[in-house]
Design a protein around this ligand. Structure first.
Ligand code: CP
Length: 331
């Protein structure tokens, strides 16, 4: 594959290859020098039309750890504010020799347009488009679950279910503003491809109309699914994408759909609390839960660098092995 646009495009083998490659990349972080020469001479452009903390910085860190040159483009402060189109911006990046463009855009479908337009010759990686998809977020979430469930680096046996390489037999619950969440859509597709059973929990007004065709269950009752969940992923309510009032008050939302210590205590002892960030503490998650050892939010950020290194390497890397063994590593 040349591009990474959608988690729905990934086969199980594609997804497992990315997760396994990310395991190799994670080992680089344990080395004194956290850098590989693999993408030396290549240029990665981060093209961000929407705000980001985690995704932009971790794509930058990933590209730099692979020795690529990185150009960061933010629509704010650029000629986009003078009316320049995506096409003319893309042609400008192409003229500067971009080998990969990592794009975040408020319009669903913008990365697909960029990948199929012929405006650029390099690879396109979707860093979140509108309410559509955020495939590297889903991959880093799956990577985090696989590591936690297998007790470290994946690939070995998996206590309590699954093969260790995928997430078969696991029950994953995703809670919150599903309607506006590209994270939820990418996770539903990827997790089901990896064999997990996914349940979405949301108020009726925050469930997308077409959800009946997604490979998952839907419920409005969070309390009914806590006890069977291996991981509970909390989502932020995306007020910036809402034009009208959406549901009861914030207080009512927190009461019915927020994860607090009492609800967390009803989850199985091994079950994870996940959050892609940014969090609204006190809304979908209490500080007590966010700061508990069961919450993987910070670990997800760390794992995001390994996943993005894997994605860049697999799309751009060529034939060199990603990670050469250390001299003291027996073969
Ligand atoms: N999870 C995520 O996409 O965070 P950012 O918006 O900070 O990139």
């Amino acid at each position: 594959k040349r591009h990474l646009i959608s988690a729905a495009d990934l086969t199980r083998d594609d997804a497992v290859l990315i997760l396994d490659t990310a395991e190799e990349m994670a080992r680089v972080a344990d080395r004194p020098i956290k850098k590989l020469p693999t993408l030396r001479g290549r240029t990665v452009v981060n093209l961000f039309y929407e705000d980001s903390t985690r995704t932009r910085i971790s794509f930058e860190a990933a590209a730099k750890r692979l020795s690529a040159d990185v150009i960061n483009f933010s629509a704010k402060g650029s000629s986009v504010s003078k009316g320049e189109s995506l096409k003319d911006t893309a042609l400008t990046l192409e003229a500067m020799g971009a080998d990969a463009v990592v794009i975040r855009h408020p319009d669903s479908g913008a990365p697909h347009r960029l990948a199929t337009s012929g405006w650029i010759g390099g690879s396109v990686l979707n860093a979140g488009d509108g309410t559509h998809e955020h495939p590297t977020q889903a991959l880093l979430d799956a990577f985090t679950m696989r590591r936690r469930f297998t007790g470290s680096g994946g690939g070995s046996g998996s206590p309590g279910g699954g093969t260790g390489r995928d997430l078969s037999g696991r029950h994953i619950t995703i809670v919150g503003d599903i309607l506006h969440s590209r994270v939820a859509r990418s996770n539903v597709h990827l997790l089901s491809t990896l064999g997990a059973e996914v349940t979405l929990v949301a108020p009726p007004t925050l469930v997308p109309v077409g959800v009946g065709s997604w490979p998952c269950e839907v419920t409005y009752d969070l309390d009914s699914v806590l006890a069977k969940s291996d991981a509970v992923m909390m989502l932020r309510v995306q007020r910036e994408r809402m034009k009208d009032a959406f549901f009861p008050t914030e207080r009512e939302y927190a009461r019915r759909y927020g994860l607090d210590g009492e609800r967390m205590s009803r989850m199985p002892a091994h079950a994870l609390v996940m959050h892609p960030g940014p969090m609204n503490r006190g809304m979908e998650i209490t500080a007590e839960v966010a700061d508990s050892p069961r919450c993987t939010a910070v670990e997800q950020v760390t794992n995001g660098v390994s996943i993005r290194m894997a994605a860049l390497y697999l799309l751009l890397g060529g034939s060199e092995p990603a990670v050469s063994p250390r001299p003291d590593t027996p073969r």
